[in-house]
Write a protein that binds this ligand. Structure first.
Ligand code: HPA
Ligand SMILES: [Zn+2]
Length: 337
């Protein structure tokens, strides 16, 4: 292991942008397909991996929603979450805020409660086993309509004690944040925090809508904000956390080459950026792989890596005293490292 890889491996960090359905590794997909007797259009794990070549977000989403079809039972969701937490623990993730897409499941006849019971069991196991804390973020699929989002929010009401925030994901272009203004307002009234994917493929105006209309607490991706200097200045001034996903950006052609990734420019602009894995089973790596790829390509040194780790805790939906304790651990690591 290089010095850089060793430094990243032991760096305490939070992961704030990870879709649990996107952590479904081909091996587990096959195992669940067999357990549930679900047909999948691949005959080997290698064939699944070979299919993971995307030229944009929609290419990926088509395959990702198809993969999720093997998830049927509470045990499946628990196994899915446990597999992610095993990897997260290995990457020294102390806290994870995890997206899930209930509509992908309820629209196939899988009960909201099945999903919640399985995921929360996996989260509780991870806390007991590794001490990892976690939160769930319910994402609305933006290619579906407002009414469907409201129906999902109603299903979530008995589970609000286990849901921290609502988010917005899926096909961005043509589905601007303002389409979900009322459902985000209703979520806020229920005491939920708000995040949204914006500026991954969509224009800076979608980021502005997420800020002004959805009143987000955190911005997922946000890359295209860089096209608008006044927006960058505002994001920096407001210390909005951006959850950036370098390997995702590469695989979905948000950047042409990792050597062109704007992570260091974002840091230099004073943005509170974090590094995350997005859909690790599909994009070729977990959070440390994302740190490594970005650091190598853009020459990030220890100070930048420590800033990214601090930002991940500063942007977490945790009580102030827990954030302070995590920051103290990063400081101790910096002093020893
Ligand atoms: O990166 C993403 N963007 C939008 N929707 C998603 N759903 C899973 N990953 C993503
Ligand atoms: Zn995402």
């Amino acid at each position: 292991m290089t010095d850089l890889a060793a430094f990243i491996a032991r760096l305490p960090k939070a992961e704030l942008h990870m879709h649990i359905e996107g952590s479904l590794e081909p091996e587990l997909m096959f195992a669940l397909a067999k357990r549930n007797q679900v047909a999948i259009p691949y005959d080997s794990v290698e064939a699944v991996r070979a299919a993971y070549s995307f030229s944009n977000l929609q290419d990926f989403l088509d395959i990702y929603y198809q993969g999720a079809d093997v998830l049927r039972t509470e045990e499946d969701f628990r196994d899915l979450a446990s597999a992610y937490f095993d990897r997260a623990a290995a990457d020294n993730v102390a806290h994870a805020e995890i997206f899930f897409d209930p509509q992908t499941h309820t629209d196939r006849g899988i009960g909201f409660d099945i999903v919640m019971r399985g995921l929360t069991a996996g989260m509780d196991d991870a806390h007991a086993r590794y001490g990892i804390t976690s939160r769930l973020i319910l994402c609305f699929l933006r290619h579906l309509d407002e009414e469907a989002a409201f129906a999902t929010l109603r299903m979530a009401e008995p589970w609000l004690h286990r849901i921290e925030a609502v988010g917005l994901d899926s096909s961005e272009m043509g589905h601007p944040p303002e389409k979900f203004a009322r459902v985000f307002e209703a979520a806020a009234a229920l005491g939920l925090k708000r995040v949204a994917h914006a500026g991954e493929e969509g224009p800076p105006d979608y980021v502005r809508q997420a800020l002004d209309v959805l009143k987000i607490d955190r911005l997922d991706h946000g890359n295209r904000s860089l096209e608008d200097p006044s927006l960058v200045a505002r994001l920096a001034r407001e210390q909005m956390t951006l959850t950036v996903c370098p390997l995702s950006n590469l695989k979905l052609c948000v950047v042409g080459d990792m050597a062109d990734h704007p992570i260091d420019r974002m840091l230099a602009e004073g943005l509170r950026v974090t590094i995350n894995s997005d859909d690790p089973a599909y994009f070729g790596g977990y959070v440390n792989d994302n740190f490594q790829a970005a650091a190598e390509a853009r020459g990030l040194g220890r100070e930048a890596l420590l800033t990214l780790a601090r930002n991940s805790f500063l942007g977490a939906f945790l009580p102030q005293e827990e954030i302070a304790a995590h920051l103290a651990r990063v400081d101790a690591y910096a002093a020893e490292g």
